[in-house]
Design a binder for this molecule. Structure first.
Ligand SMILES: [Mg+2]
Length: 108
């Protein structure tokens, strides 16, 4: 089994979505992306912000929610004709160039 790349993740998601009824409209994908981001915020707040789950409420797993966000992001990229690997390479190059000396000692 080969390593999962952004490119083959995106292709596998495309195959799966097309085999299961197709994509939601792009604006609905943006809404889903926002929902998943909210779930990440909820998990982060439980982990670092001190907001504990309500009694009986299952804890939200940060890794699961990041995976969900990535899935929906790949859906939106597929619909927009954006290749995630190329977009990530461009973002890395932009960060290393323009922002190469901006982020120091942030403690993260
Ligand atoms: Mg989720």
């Amino acid at each position: 089994m080969s390593a999962l790349t952004l490119g083959n993740l995106q292709d596998r998601i495309d195959d799966w979505v097309r085999a299961h009824g197709g994509y939601f409209p792009p604006l609905a994908q943006v809404a889903r992306l926002t929902e998943e981001l909210g779930e990440i915020a909820r998990a982060a707040n439980a982990r670092w912000g001190g907001k504990t789950p309500k009694p009986g409420e299952a804890p939200v797993d940060l890794g699961t929610e990041i995976g969900d966000l990535l899935f929906v992001l790949a859906c939106l990229a597929n619909q927009a004709g954006v290749r995630l690997d190329a977009a990530a390479e461009e973002a890395l190059a932009r960060t290393a160039g323009r922002d190469g000396s901006r982020f120091r000692d942030l403690g993260g």
